[in-house]
Ligand binder design. Structure first.
Ligand SMILES: [Zn+2]
Length: 182
């Protein structure tokens, strides 16, 4: 009895937020929980609690799948290491520090080989495309409450094009929105 009172007693800031759709869509589209918490001013534990306890089951499934495949942040960090090493190498060369330059070059090569061998990436434009996809998903998420018909049409079009996972996530966001409204 005491436990259930504690669970119900804490109000969820996401459930009552007007950004709920945008937050949930960010959650199912590979956005790191930490960056969602930063952007919307929420605690990481609060976001995780909402996912676990309040998010629609189909959205939660999509979120977990996206967490498993959250390669974007990993790729970005490895690319950053490669770029840092490049800057260090150039600076060392300018300063005539040959040993430091060689070390930086070695780190750079290792990061680049992780990108190509582990992730199969030989073109960093992929990163921009992933970021654009996230921005698009965010924009669509913010439309869910104001223009549900447009989002429904988009979900149907995605389904037709074989983007089943995204279509399911959008439909789930809409279903949730209807439930909230009624
Ligand atoms: Zn909640």
């Amino acid at each position: 009895m005491g436990n259930s009172r504690i669970d119900k007693g804490r109000p969820c800031r996401i459930c009552s937020s007007s950004d709920r759709q945008a937050i949930e869509l960010a959650l199912v589209t590979n956005t790191a929980v930490s960056s969602i918490s930063n952007r919307f001013g929420l605690s990481v534990s609060g976001v995780n609690r909402h996912v676990k306890a309040h998010m629609a089951p189909e959205l939660r499934e999509t979120f977990r799948a996206s967490q498993r495949l959250n390669a974007r942040d990993l790729i970005a960090r490895v690319a950053e290491i490669a770029n840092d090493a490049l800057s260090t190498r150039k600076a060392a060369l300018v300063a005539g520090q040959d040993v430091a330059a060689l070390k930086a070059g070695d780190a750079e090569l290792r990061a680049l080989s992780v990108l190509t061998n582990r992730f199969g990436i030989d073109d960093l434009l992929v990163l921009d495309q992933l970021t654009e996809a996230q921005n698009l998903a965010r924009a669509v998420g913010s439309l869910a409450s104001t223009h549900p018909d447009a989002v429904r049409t988009l979900a149907a079009a995605l389904e037709l094009n074989g983007a089943t996972e995204m279509a399911t996530a959008l439909s789930a966001v809409l279903k949730n929105e209807r439930k909230e409204g009624s």
